[in-house]
Design a protein around this ligand. Structure first.
Ligand code: NAD
Length: 519
């Protein structure tokens, strides 16, 4: 891995992407397999979070830009829908091969705009690649059922057809993996896609678009619409878009769900999280502390499956907090391309918000055990760094307990019993991920049965499901009824049709006004 990371650092210094060419807008849209500047009326700065430098300008779509990209996506649908499954699967397979060969380039682009360390960026791409591999099996996944002689000389079968042009709207924290949760399955199933990436780290989307072109995807099947609310509102209301997959914060997920479904679309909208890890008294505390520290501070806490609350049950609190604190103090954030374990936060505004939460935690009376504001980063002082932060004795009405901070801030809450811990997890408005640390199989089994959360880990801190299962939370962590990828993803991007067939036979019984019944 270290060799790979060294290679990535070199790749990053020679950007593969054409987006560095001279132009007033350097990170444009992508339409019909080409970069597209659009009207060019609005744009936003993109920064390197490790240095604070502005590295690009991303186009922000106007309504006209959005209409143009959506039209191209709709125009490509009939041809792609009618392309044979064998040919569609072959394109997805080539995309997988290219991605596997060149994922280092993509990881370097992610690090340069998001700030996560290179091996974490590589990990993100690899988890996304799993979904591409799942989508390579699309001929099997789209098999319908067939029943011969369901009624006398009547056969029944079902087919799964694509829903049409669809949209994917993604957050900043996984600029490659989250789009890859959706578009490989959508495209393999015969839909055409418009991706609206986060405006904070938009370049990964163009790299992926170029890869699709190289893999032989026809014009218009995968398009990128760069932008903000204007672009989102356009895809939510344009009648050509039939389904929307969204991932982001809960208030926007709720807005996307209600606006999209209000326009008659199928919508899955994944929202925010506040993931609790319960530590029972019989747990191996060193193992639990290692796992929790990785899950709380990895990617600077900017993961929807990050652990942000530890629920210490019984008398484990003091020892556990000591173990968490000693590990947290050893992590010094720094240049994400230089072998550090943790990088900066994504923007200066987000860094300021996280620092504000640390101050609010102190004011609320929680015990600040490790203060991430005090670190000296191993990197550019202008980078958006905050170190690992640990609070103990956090009250459940403090904002550091209630709100999703999305930074390296871990809150320890102490309770007396398993029942109290479970009640705490189940009373959260969120239900994305959770974990329990214990050596008691009976307790773990009871927890998986009783907890109201979509993804559960037993001694596993970040239980992200494999591509052939489905990813999604409960409650305010997901609006809609389909989770991402796996069989639920295939269902989301297809419509089922049931066909009943009778071939005329000399013995047919003539006119019958009754409701069809089996005979
Ligand atoms: P965000 O909600 O700010 O943005 C997500 C997307 O919505 C972006 O493409 C953005 O351009 C767009 N958007 C932002 N404001 C909008 C508005 N007012 N109207 C319409 N569109 C708007 O989220 P983010 O900060 O990019 O990402 C972090 C959030 O995403 C966290 O809450 C995190 O938990 C969540 N997330 C959830 C999952 C999950 O699987 N549940 C996965 C990753 C991230």
């Amino acid at each position: 891995l270290h060799m790979q990371v060294a290679a990535l650092t070199t790749a990053h210094s020679r950007p593969h992407s054409e987006c560095m060419t001279v132009s007033s807008i350097t990170i444009p849209h992508w339409v019909n397999n080409r970069r597209h500047d659009g009207t060019g009326t609005r744009s936003a700065d993109v920064t390197d979070p490790a240095t604070g430098a502005v590295t690009g300008q991303v186009a922000l779509a106007s309504e006209d830009d959005a209409a143009e990209v959506i039209r191209a996506t709709a125009d490509a649908f009939p041809g792609w829908r009618d392309t044979s499954l064998a040919k569609r699967a072959a394109v997805v397979f080539r995309f997988r091969e290219l991605l596997n060969e060149r994922k280092g380039e993509l990881a370097a682009i992610i690090t340069s705009e998001h700030g996560k360390v290179l091996d974490d960026a590589l990990g993100e791409v690899s988890r996304g690649q799993e979904v591409v591999e799942f989508a390579c099996g699309i001929p099997h996944l789209l098999k319908g059922g067939f029943t011969e002689n369901a009624s006398t000389r009547v056969d029944a079968h079902s087919v799964l057809q694509p829903v049409g042009p669809v949209a994917v709207i993604s957050p900043f924290n996984f600029p490659a993996m989250v789009p890859l949760w959706f578009f490989p399955v959508a495209i393999a199933a015969g839909n055409t896609v418009v991706l609206k990436p986060s405006e904070k780290d938009p370049s990964a989307s163009l790299w992926l678009a170029e890869l699709w072109r190289e893999a032989g995807l026809p014009d218009g099947v995968f398009n990128v619409l760069q932008g903000d609310k204007t672009a989102v509102d356009a895809v939510l209301t344009d009648p050509a878009i039939k389904a929307v997959s969204f991932v982001g914060s809960t208030p926007i997920a709720q807005y996307v769900y209600s606006t999209g479904t209000g326009s008659g679309k199928r919508v899955q909208a994944l929202g925010g999280a506040k993931n609790h890890a319960i530590v029972l008294p019989d747990a191996d505390l060193d193992q639990a502390a290692d796992a929790i520290v990785g899950a709380a501070y990895g990617s600077a806490g900017e993961r929807c499956m990050a652990i942000s609350v530890v629920v210490a049950v019984g008398d484990v609190g003091d020892l556990l907090v000591d173990k968490l604190a000693s590990r947290a103090r050893e992590i010094v954030p720094g240049d994400p391309t230089a072998g550090n374990e943790m990088g900066p936060l994504v923007t200066a505004a987000h860094r300021d918000k996280v620092v504000g939460y640390i101050a609010a935690g102190e004011e609320a009376g929680a015990k600040l055990v490790v203060d991430g504001r005090e670190i000296t980063p191993r990197g550019d002082a202008n980078g958006f760094f905050v170190g690992p932060t640990l609070f103990d004795h956090v009250s459940t009405d403090a904002s550091i307990y209630r709100d999703e901070i999305f930074g390296p801030v871990l809150a320890v809450v102490r309770v007396e019993s398993y029942d109290e811990a479970l009640a705490l997890v189940n009373s959260s408005e969120f239900g994305n991920g959770t974990a329990i640390f214990t050596n008691d199989g009976g307790a773990a089994r009871r927890f998986t049965n009783e907890v109201e959360v979509g993804m559960v880990g037993i001694n596993v801190p970040i239980p992200v499901p494999m591509a052939y299962y489905s990813f999604g939370g409960w409650k305010n962590s997901l609006f809609g009824d389909s989770h991402a990828h796996g069989i639920e993803g295939v269902h989301f991007y297809t419509r089922t049709k049931a066909i009943t067939t009778r071939w005329l036979d000399p013995s047919h019984g003539g006119v019958n006004l009754g409701f069809p019944q089996n005979d």
